[in-house]
Design a protein around this ligand. Structure first.
Ligand SMILES: Nc1ncnc2c1ncn2[C@@H]1O[C@H](COP(=O)(O)OP(=O)(O)OP(=O)(O)O)[C@@H](O)[C@H]1O
Ligand SMILES: [Mg+2]
Length: 315
């Protein structure tokens, strides 16, 4: 949940959340005690100040494996709900890691994207409600056949977009897509549907080369389909200040890609492994403060709630 101090920081006006705000979940007894704000109120306040105007499809892509695509898409989806946004995670990766993280118990009966890509009216029957704000369009091994089914360019252009349009019609505000580490038809279709693309990267040279490749392929795909390319963000994950290379890679990324780099990287934390093991996110672990701060920063960057993109929390 979002605290009053965090919301005031975003809005830049300490008087925006008055003491008598009625929907607080924790009574404010002392002026210095912070308090949580119900997601619906957070959304209302942000909208009243001109934020969150746009619906978004945000895809997590890197052609290199293990860079934090699934962790980031699931964690960002979870955090977005705290801003009062109705969020769906679309899992198109046949490994189905996001599906396991969010709904392991339903993975056996899940209807993957490949079953309804050409029948968007069936999206609702495949949707798994994780809670009131968060839902999942699950994946399974069957999605590995997407390349065969989406062989026609027109199918690639429309498949994910039509699915997302249906989700928007159902009242979703945000759609996150967890992609496999390859450039198959499902990923091409996702690029065509996306307004934003997040490239999570680790600090190794192979992952870094994946950034340029992902950017150039995205531009080529957008041009080939006559579409506006999605806005690109680069998110450094597994960041460890104790390793000298981490700092220099972050500096190099900022120099090379400028504002496209989310200024606060995701620091390493053992809570990510714990979260994955227990099918949760770091926001379910009260002690995982650093990981929460980092993903909160990333989500605000994606939602334009952090226009300065300045970080001071990488120690
Ligand atoms: N910031 C981090 N610190 C430490 N461990 C992390 C961090 N981010 C992710 N991990 C761990 O790294 C591993 C790989 O992450 P993840 O599955 O999200 O990558 P991926 O890019 O989705 O992989 P794939 O390409 O196979 O789909 C997981 O075990 C995850 O728990
Ligand atoms: Mg993954």
């Amino acid at each position: 949940m979002i605290k009053a101090s965090e919301l005031n920081n975003i809005l830049g006006n300490p008087s925006v959340i008055p003491e008598e705000t009625p929907l607080t979940l924790q009574r404010r007894t002392d002026k210095n005690v912070d308090f949580f704000i119900a997601p619906s109120v957070v959304r209302e306040k942000l909208e009243a100040h001109g934020h969150l105007a746009q619906r978004d499809v945000i895809a997590f892509i890197n052609l290199k494996g293990g860079t934090g695509k699934t962790t980031s898409s699931v964690t960002c989806a979870r955090r977005s709900c705290d801003f009062g946004l109705k969020t769906c995670l679309l899992d198109i990766d046949a490994q189905a890691s996001a599906t396991f993280m969010l709904a392991q118990d339903q993975s056996e009966t899940a209807r993957p994207f490949i079953e309804f890509w050409d029948k968007p009216e069936e999206v609702s029957s495949a949707l798994i409600n994780i809670d009131a704000q968060l839902s999942l369009l699950p994946s399974s091994l069957d999605n590995s056949l997407l390349d065969l089914q989406l062989s026609r360019p027109i199918s690639q252009k429309n498949a994910v977009k039509e699915c997302c349009d249906e989700l928007f019609k159902m009242g979703h505000d945000l759609i996150f897509v967890d992609c496999p580490p390859s450039l198959g038809a499902g990923v091409i279709s996702t690029i065509c549907a996306s307004s934003k693309l997040i490239i999570p990267t680790t600090a190794d040279s192979f992952a870094l080369r994946g950034i340029d490749l992902t950017i150039s392929e995205t531009e080529a795909i957008s041009e080939a389909f006559g579409m506006k390319p999605p806005k690109i963000f680069i998110l450094l994950t597994h960041f460890d200040r104790r390793i000298k290379m981490s700092e220099s890679v972050l500096a190099d990324l900022k120099q090379r890609y400028g504002d496209r780099v989310i200024a606060q990287p995701i620091r390493t934390s053992s809570y990510f492994a714990q979260a994955q093991e227990r099918n949760r996110t770091v926001f379910d672990f009260p002690k995982a403060k650093k990981a929460q701060l980092d993903y909160d920063f990333a989500v605000r960057a994606m939602l334009h709630l952090n226009p300065n993109n300045i970080s001071d929390k990488t120690s």
